[in-house]
Design a protein around this ligand. Structure first.
Ligand SMILES: *Cc1c(COP(=O)(O)O)cnc(C)c1O
Length: 944
């Protein structure tokens, strides 16, 4: 098959012959007959998604996308406002961003197979702590604006001040203020935007300032901080990591929470994202901090090992009481930024910071010579210049030279220099401003123009990890070492239920690094992003056709962000009809933790609906709750097929009941992989869904992000789709949920490629095979294990739940032991304890072929036989390969005093891959790590 052969055969794992074999085992003569049986006929769509364009092969799809890319115009953007030019180090570009070993890995919930990315994320946290001079940092947030909103919520939780007012300085980035206004809305927080150098009101619980501010000014906030702390209120600072290489960090002048975007540390602009935002805080806030936190614990042999810390704070456990709804974050981008810091080290970063600042001083002083006046005396990289009536002319001259500047208002222009800036560029800018065309523009001498209060004296990035990898050979090997520690899709299936870890094809990924997509500033003039916007239009239309909805928004940066955005459309719709009192959200017991967490963020009260013993939503209970709350019913949030992996037969009825009581239906689209082409939520009664493009539509998971969580809505909700004040979006009057108008714009090329190459038939076939694969696994494991939940015909949808709870009593074997033992067999564990505690949920996806499915089933069956040896006393409860799993090379080469042999430990079945994966650490102790919390790179002495 060439690049001109249909792509679908590359994407779908099982060959037609293999599918036939599997169908035979299930007792069906054809895939169609099988699907007819599994998917309820009353929701089955038969239109063949006729509006999708015909499929393209890989070469033609790339060519078609190239045409769109060529409609973008790559200008040099000095707009700043949170997004800056940067140089992605090629060693990181090629070995991380373009390397499936990094981008196809999952969120590191299983620490033993995730030590590489956990170390990389710990580097990121250490970098953020050091540069901001704070105690503790998390492993990324979605963007700077949502990070500021999370900080506001954290401040609200922590502050002892009895007030609901949050002060925001007027010179915070405007897109951040927009998202703050959105988040405050249903949280009972009142935002007051003011000039923080003037009078402050009497009562408030916190304040947000930007440092340097959006116009580039570096202010001395020390007095302000004292005043705010005197009120028991919390100081939040939005800042810029590159500036902090030479500016006094916020932690040294009293900040309580620091947020920002790490984009300019080696992550392309990408028209607004994805980039990793960060948050660092004082130690006392850590238990209330949102997002994931990497920490150091120890393994069962007392060796240091990384793992995610304080997970009980997260929405998975705390649901509507969680600190945030954040699930997928920006792991891959955080990893890139942390590695950028390791690559340059403190001296290298400082050099970049100094150079950018000095070029900016040269620009400022030279402009002054030409009678321009920069407004603020103290700046790092950004100038605010009042040019009076010349603004239009200067902006025009800049465009003609291929430059975007920031138009602040009628008379003022902003310029932000960056890592890519040179003296030649500064000269060109002076020519643009002065109108001079001769070549001998003389630059003023660079000067240090920072006031004493702003000069950083403290050191940072002193840990060896920021010193050891300066040669490319050393960095290349470091990256290889880390990715070798990890188990990603490039080595094995990742059968995580609900997460849909399918193929992320190379042809889908290639456009991610095309400069026409990477090098566009989100606030560039719209005529420079025509290709992007045409691509978005096509993607939105295709997603609507796939889901049966009428309009889409690509703004949300994750599934959970989509949930929040979708619930906001529901609230706005009720508000528009005078139904503002509708604030009750019904959520089934089995829902994903983000659902109740998002509902709480949207100011809704969660009412839990029971599930019956088959795992289906208890319709009688739903009816009773809807009746009980009929006056205040806002919405129901359901996942379909259910989180139990079942096509419930009464989904139409459920939607009708909710509508009957005046509520709206929110259908969580995370499980869309079971229904693309087979059924469409918009056709059977749902009003709004989010989609996880990083599940169903082939965006890789990146070790925990990026994600794209667009919402799709019926016509009546369309006016409430997220808008944006910096870049007005047509027909979208809703609240802003992300910093960038199109969210994580860059990675939308992936689903575009996926849908264009699969076509309607290919997508439908993918869903069918995903269901076939899950049912095949269920069928092979039935008899040995109980498969919890199936429909009346005994079938599951695209995932199945394996009950391993009985082995706790029979052999002392826990679900953890299964997960860890599977690592010895070379597998990533399935989803553990969701939606049913103590069980495993397996989702193979359509991309895994029969050989891989059988390998997994054989491993599961072999593990059952191992348990039998514990049950019959051959092995003890305390010493058997399951409780000791995973086994490491150190185990094999050290003393061996187990009641099973080494071969059983690491080559338990015949025919295992000779290049077998081994975890670098033994089982990691979570409890120890949470008791002795360490979330930055430890001193090298600690390792000894
Ligand atoms: C993955 C998932 C989500 C959350 O999506 P994120 O992108 O991780 O925020 C919500 N609901 C369900 C059922 C999911 O599986």
């Amino acid at each position: 098959m060439s690049a001109f052969a249909p792509f679908v055969a590359r994407h779908i794992g099982p060959s037609p012959a293999e599918q036939e074999k599997m169908l035979k085992l299930l007792g069906f003569s054809s895939l169609d007959a099988f699907i007819d049986e599994v998917v309820p006929s009353d929701i089955r769509r038969k239109d063949g998604m006729a509006k999708l364009p015909a499929p393209l092969n890989e070469a033609d799809a790339l060519a078609a996308l190239r045409k769109l890319a060529d409609k973008n115009k790559v200008f040099r953007s000095l707009i700043g406002q949170g997004y800056y030019g940067t140089v992605v180090p090629p060693v990181i570009l090629r070995n991380v961003l373009e390397n499936p070993g990094w981008y196809t890995s999952y969120t590191p919930y299983q620490p033993e197979i995730s030590q590489g990315r956990l170390e990389a994320l710990l580097n990121f946290q250490t970098m953020v702590c050091d540069l901001t001079a704070m105690d503790i940092a998390n492993a990324s947030l979605l963007d700077e604006a949502t990070a500021a909103a999370e900080a506001m919520a954290l401040a609200h939780r922590q502050s002892k001040a009895k007030s609901n007012v949050f002060l925001v300085d007027q010179r915070v980035h405007p897109q951040t203020i927009d998202v703050l206004l959105t988040r405050a809305g249903y949280q009972g927080i009142e935002i007051s935007v003011l000039d923080c150098s003037g009078e402050l009101p009497d009562d408030y619980f916190g304040i947000l300032v930007q440092y340097p501010d959006t116009h580039g000014h570096v202010a001395d906030y020390r007095e302000l901080v004292e005043k705010v702390h005197g009120k028991d209120a919390v100081v939040v600072v939005a800042t810029d990591l590159l500036a902090l290489t030479i500016l006094t960090p916020p932690g040294e002048w009293g900040a309580d929470i620091v947020v920002g975007n790490s984009q300019r540390f080696g992550v392309p602009l990408g028209f607004g994202g994805p980039h990793a935002a960060f948050m660092s805080t004082r130690d006392s806030f850590k238990r209330s901090m949102p997002g994931r936190l990497v920490g150091i614990s120890q393994d069962s042999h007392g060796k240091p090992a990384y793992r995610l810390a304080l997970q009980t704070r997260e929405q998975h456990i705390r649901r509507e009481k969680a600190t945030s709804n954040l699930c997928t974050a920006q792991a891959l981008l955080a990893i890139m930024s942390g590695l950028y810091a390791a690559w340059h080290g403190a001296e290298g970063l400082r050099d970049i910071g100094v150079r950018v600042h000095q070029l900016t001083t040269q620009l400022a002083l030279s402009l002054e010579k030409h009678h321009f006046k920069f407004t603020y005396e103290h700046f790092f990289d950004t100038l605010h210049i009042d040019v009076g009536s010349r603004a239009d002319t200067i902006m025009q001259r800049a465009l003609e030279a291929g430059y975007n500047l920031r138009r602040i208002d009628a008379n003022c222009i902003g310029i932000s220099l960056d890592e890519q800036s040179t003296e030649a560029e500064v000269k060109l800018l002076i020519a643009i401003f002065s109108g001079r065309t001769d070549d001998d523009i003389k630059l003023e001498k660079p000067q240090a123009m920072l006031p004493a209060f702003a000069v950083r004296r403290s050191t940072y990035l002193t840990h060896p990890v920021f010193k050891q990898y300066r040669s490319e050979t050393a960095m290349m090997r470091y990256l290889r070492k880390l990715s070798d520690w990890d188990l990603a899709l490039d080595r094995t299936m990742i059968p995580l239920g609900s997460c849909t870890m399918k193929l992320n094809a190379a042809s889908e990924m290639m456009p991610v690094t095309w400069t026409q997509f990477t090098d566009i500033h989100p606030f560039a003039p719209l005529d420079q992003s025509e290709g992007y916007r045409e691509m978005f239009g096509q993607l939105e239309a295709m997603l609507c056709e796939v889901t049966g909805y009428d309009a889409a928004s690509l703004q949300p940066n994750s599934g959970a962000s989509g949930e929040y955005a979708g619930l906001l459309t529901i609230r706005a719709y009720h508000d528009s009809r005078g139904d503002s009192h509708r604030d009750i959200c019904l959520i089934p017991q089995s829902a994903h933790g983000t659902n109740p967490a998002s509902a709480a963020m949207a100011g809704m009260q969660v009412v839990v609906v029971a599930c019956d013993e088959d795992g289906d939503i208890d319709i009688a209970d739903l009816l009773a709750k809807a009746e009980e709350h009929k006056d205040r019913l806002a919405a129901v949030m359901v996942t379909y097929p259910s989180t139990h992996g079942i096509f419930e037969r009464n989904i139409r009825e459920l939607c009708a009941i909710i509508h009957g009581y005046g509520g709206q239906v929110y259908l969580d689209g995370a499980n869309l992989n079971a229904q693309v082409g087979l059924a469409a939520p918009g056709h059977y009664g749902s009003d709004v869904s989010h989609l996880n493009l990083h599940k169903t539509f082939a965006i890789p998971h990146g070790g925990g992000g990026p994600g794209v969580g667009p919402i799709v809505v019926k016509e009546h909700l369309k006016p409430f789709l997220p808008g944006h004040s910096v870049v007005p979006l047509e027909h979208r009057g809703g609240m802003t949920v992300s910093a960038a108008p199109w969210g994580s714009a860059l990675v939308n090329v992936i689903p575009w490629m996926y849908i264009r190459m699969m076509g309607a038939k290919g997508l439908e076939q993918a869903s069918a095979v995903a269901i076939l694969n899950a049912n095949y696994i269920a069928a092979r494991l039935k008899g040995t294990y109980e498969v919890l939940y199936s429909d009346a015909g005994g079938h599951v949808a695209h995932e199945c739940i394996i009950d391993v709870r009985p082995f706790k009593d029979s052999a002392g074997i826990s679900v953890d032991d299964f997960a860890k033992r599977l690592m010895d067999y070379g597998f990533h564990a399935p989803t553990m304890s969701f939606p049913v505690p103590g069980t495993l949920m397996v989702e193979p996806t359509e991309s895994e072929d029969l050989g891989e499915l059988d390998r997994f089933c054989d491993a599961m069956l072999a593990i059952r036989e191992e348990i039998r040896r514990v049950e019959n006393g051959e092995w003890t409860h305390e010493d058997n390969p399951l409780v000791n799993a995973p086994h490491t090379m150190a185990d094999l080469t050290g003393d061996w005093n187990h009641c099973y042999d080494r071969k059983t430990a690491v080559y338990p079945v015949e025919g295992m891959n000779p290049s077998k994966y081994m975890t670098p650490v033994n089982r990691v102790d979570n409890v120890y790590g949470d008791r002795h919390l360490i979330c930055t790179c430890p001193s090298p002495l600690d390792y000894q």
